[in-house]
Ligand binder design. Structure first.
Ligand code: ZN
Length: 846
């Protein structure tokens, strides 16, 4: 039976982009790179300094986001503020300096101006400047003092073409002419000085002028210079100036080349762009939105054409076998046609009935995966099992552990992709990670969704789609992203076949305007490529699934997110953390984690490989709260304090958690740690004296040096606290002085309860009793008996020898001084030991 919708199908739009110049012609800079590369500038950091008009300035933010989307680190400073240090020792902190408003550079106070200019000359760093229209009414022309340059403002322009011969162009192919009105009011440049090279030309808008379009002088009237390079002949500083901001698409490509050129290649991007196109939901979709025989033939023909421009290109088809032959008659013929062409495509498994794994029991999910696998076997589809995609990002991030497990068991999955890590928006911040041996790559958006069936479904219609391709969002994604995985759906290949239109147009546009090399790889190889490019992304960063609505939707309903600590005792070791832990546990509203069998009682999640075991593993250590606010959960891991990665990871997962730090004289701590190691029969500690450990030099055995570092480094308190302050406000961090905890635990606990907002606040005088034999306070149980810490805690050892004492006083001197300054920000008194240390070193004699 024929469905009426079939005959009504209209002709799909046809890609219409043609290049003016030869798309295979490469720029000299690409054929023989030279001007963008120089070894002597390798000491530049991969970072830009951006000077904005005001912290809230919209253009400033736009420039920053663009630079960030190129993965360039940006330091933003307001024009009225003091500049940060530009260089350290022999290295330059910024590879380029960008002024949101070039005029702010010209008007810098002489001190700042000298600083910037000297820096630029010393390190051969260039300046990028955008011209903003002057505030004063009626200013139409200004002469830039000392620079032989005139700037004319507030022009309306149309069409733009590029200086074909400039060696600034590397990504940009300058043979095209951009037709149309240029957005906003423009500034243009005039100069006869040889330091200037014109980069782009435009002409006055036809609105602006009485003109005759057939007039030759109009057609050849590209005489307004909208962008210029100053080679630095006058002041020794190369600059590139733009007559308008980055809102004009071509300026983004010009900016990519500008950054690379002015930084001598330091901020250069590879010309290679890997593209993967997934066609998801194959066989999924109701009648009327599926593919017919013609659509399938068009898919095959387009793939053939794309293979000429995109090396190794192949569509990845994600199928859900459960919906095979569920369209109207014509669409069912389309399904069969797709199978006829099965070997032309790379197939991967979606889910049998498009189920979201996090919503179903594990055995159901397993069965669904197996049914889909059986379907492929029955229909002789050879599936690329190492890649898969979960319906609606289910289970990928936040991680649903059973899905990863089943992926590997059923399919041997090695890679997948998602838009949800760390968050959907902003798109340019999407990243990858590896979990449980599966490489998760970021996926980009191309504006086509399941519901984009006809051009009119696209925002702005076909014209809107063209804008996105011709310099707009989709083009920008490929420009800034070395590896783009685009997700499309079955419905984008039927009816108006918008995905085919989009892809062919995009590839042609990229070929007309850029020298980017479009490439494609099988997903696993692409995964290897990705983490080879961005090795720092291999490690995941876990966030709380309930802190972001999209993640919460992907979190199983039977799981809570609040089996996470409200506060963490972070150490360091040997400062009394175990005593504090036992005192806290005496409070009926305060509950700690279950003990870990692996690491004695501590979980050691944030500082070790346990972190890779994932969120479920961590949350299992905490009890389910009966009511949200009746229990305060905490954990204590004494190695957190001085670990490099911990503050960042803690703040990502529990940003509102309070942090408790214990401090004592670091010299005393070092000695106590040394005897702790001996107690635990560490062979190096048993065979080496304390003095030999702490004074070991560069040539000492590596075992001794390692022990020395573990002994002394945690005591560099100020350095570690500063790192915590990078991620937590000071008011969220509480400092307990170990000596006070030992001598007056009742008041320490009183202060701590206030800080933690524990309800009810209890008087610890009733719960702690001094044990004269042990020499410290023990917990009073309900039975009235006391419970003291075990044998290993608080054991006796000989006092420190004088030579070691002198050595450590010198060693910690600077750090202790820094600590005394830092304590004020925590509202913490300077403890007695620190006063003593500072007093004894101030005269400057050893
Ligand atoms: Zn899907």
């Amino acid at each position: 039976m024929q469905s009426p919708s079939v005959t009504q199908r209209a002709k799909p739009p046809v890609p219409h982009i043609r290049c003016l110049s030869d798309p295979d012609l490469l720029n000299p800079e690409v054929q023989a790179p030279g001007k963008h590369k120089s070894n002597e500038r390798l000491q530049l950091a991969h970072r830009a300094l951006l000077v904005v008009e005001a912290p809230s300035s919209r253009n400033g933010r736009k420039i920053k986001h663009f630079l960030n989307s190129l993965r360039i680190d940006v330091k933003v400073v307001s024009k009225s503020k003091t500049f940060p240090p530009l260089s350290s020792k022999k290295s330059a902190r910024y590879a380029v300096i960008v002024f949101e408003n070039y005029n702010s550079y010209l008007k810098l106070d002489s001190w700042s101006r000298q600083l910037i200019d000297k820096y630029c000359r010393d390190y051969h760093v260039g300046i990028v400047g955008f011209i903003r229209p002057p505030r004063e009414e009626g200013t139409h022309v200004s002469f830039v003092d000392g620079y032989q340059l005139t700037i004319q403002y507030k022009l309306e322009l149309e069409d733009i073409k590029l200086n074909f011969d400039s060696y600034v162009w590397r990504v940009l192919k300058p043979g095209e002419v951009w037709k149309g009105f240029l957005p906003g009011k423009w500034a243009v440049f005039h100069s006869n000085h040889s330091t200037y090279q014109n980069l782009a030309y435009s002409r006055l808008s036809s609105h602006f002028l009485e003109f005759d379009a057939s007039d030759d002088s109009y057609l050849h009237g590209f005489k307004y210079v909208t962008s210029v390079m100053d080679k630095g002949e006058i002041d020794g500083i190369p600059k590139i100036l733009f007559g308008n901001d980055l809102n004009f698409w071509l300026h983004t490509v010009m900016m990519v080349d500008t950054l690379s050129y002015l930084s001598f290649g330091k901020l250069e991007l590879s010309l290679d762009r890997y593209i993967q196109i997934d066609v998801d939901d194959i066989f999924v979709g109701k009648e009327g939105i599926r593919m017919t025989v013609d659509d399938v033939e068009a898919l095959v023909a387009t793939q053939d054409r794309l293979q000429k421009d995109v090396d190794g290109f192949q569509f990845n088809l994600g199928y859900s076998g459960g919906f095979y032959l569920s369209g109207n008659d014509d669409e069912d013929e389309g399904d069969k046609k797709l199978l006829e062409h099965r070997n032309k495509f790379r197939w991967f498994s979606h889910m049998w009935k498009h189920e979201q794994p996090h919503k179903f029991p594990d055995d159901y999910v397993e069965n669904s995966m197996r049914l889909n696998k059986d379907f492929a076997k029955e229909h002789k589809i050879s599936v690329y099992g190492q890649y898969t995609v979960a319906p609606h990002h289910s289970g990928v991030y936040p991680v649903h552990e059973p899905m990863y497990k089943l992926w590997k068991e059923v399919w041997g999955v090695k890679t997948t992709s998602t838009e949800e890590y760390p968050k959907l928006m902003p798109a340019w911040q999407r990243r990858g990670f590896i979990h449980s041996g599966v490489m998760v790559l970021p996926r980009q958006t191309c504006g086509l969704f399941t519901s984009t069936i006809f051009a009119s479904d696209y925002q702005g219609g076909l014209q809107g789609l063209d804008t996105a391709i011709q310099g707009g969002e989709t083009f920008q994604t490929v420009l800034t992203t070395p590896i783009s995985i685009f997700m499309t759906h079955l419905s984008n290949y039927g009816n108006d076949r918008l995905a085919l239109y989009m892809l062919e147009s995009l590839v042609r546009f990229i070929k007309c305007w850029t020298n980017l090399r479009l490439l494609s790889l099988p997903p696993v190889e692409l995964g290897f490529k990705y983490f080879e490019m961005f090795p720092q992304e291999k490690e995941p960063v876990w966030t709380n699934p309930c802190d972001y609505y999209r993640h919460k939707e992907l979190w199983p309903v039977n799981k809570t997110c609040d089996r996470l600590p409200d506060f963490i005792v972070v150490g360091p070791q040997k400062t009394g953390t175990t005593a504090l832990y036992s005192f806290l546990s005496r409070h009926s509203s305060v509950t700690s984690n279950k003990p870990s069998l692996k690491t004695f009682e501590e979980i050691q999640f944030f500082n070790s490989n346990n972190y890779y075991l994932g969120l479920d593993w961590y949350m299992d250590f905490f009890p389910q709260r009966k009511k949200p606010n009746d229990t305060i959960l905490f954990e204590k891991s004494a190695n957190y304090f001085d670990s490099e990665v911990v503050p960042r990871r803690v703040s990502a997962l529990v940003p509102r958690a309070k942090i408790v730090v214990l401090l004592m004289n670091p010299a005393k701590r070092a000695l106590s740690w040394y005897y702790h190691m001996r107690y635990h029969k560490d062979p190096t500690a048993l065979n080496t004296s304390f003095h030999d450990i702490i004074t070991a030099g560069e040539d000492a055995p590596s075992k001794v040096k390692r022990l020395q570092s573990r002994c002394l480094a945690p005591g560099l308190y100020a350095q570690h606290l500063v790192r915590w302050l990078d991620y937590f406000p000071a008011k969220q961090i509480h400092i307990v002085h170990s000596d006070e905890l030992k001598n007056d635990p009742v008041s320490v606990m009183e202060n701590l309860q206030k800080f933690l907002h524990v309800e009810p606040q209890i008087n610890y005088a009733r719960y702690l009793r001094y044990d004269p034999v042990k020499g410290f306070y023990c917990v009073v149980l309900d039975s009235g008996q006391t419970e003291c810490l075990g044998k290993s805690k608080g054991h006796k050892y000989p006092p420190m020898d004088k030579a070691s004492e002198r050595h450590l006083r010198r060693y910690y001197k600077k750090h202790n001084t820094n600590l005394s300054k830092l304590l004020a920000s925590f509202n913490s008194e300077v403890p007695e030991w620190l006063k003593q240390e500072l007093k004894e070193v101030t005269p400057g004699k050893s």
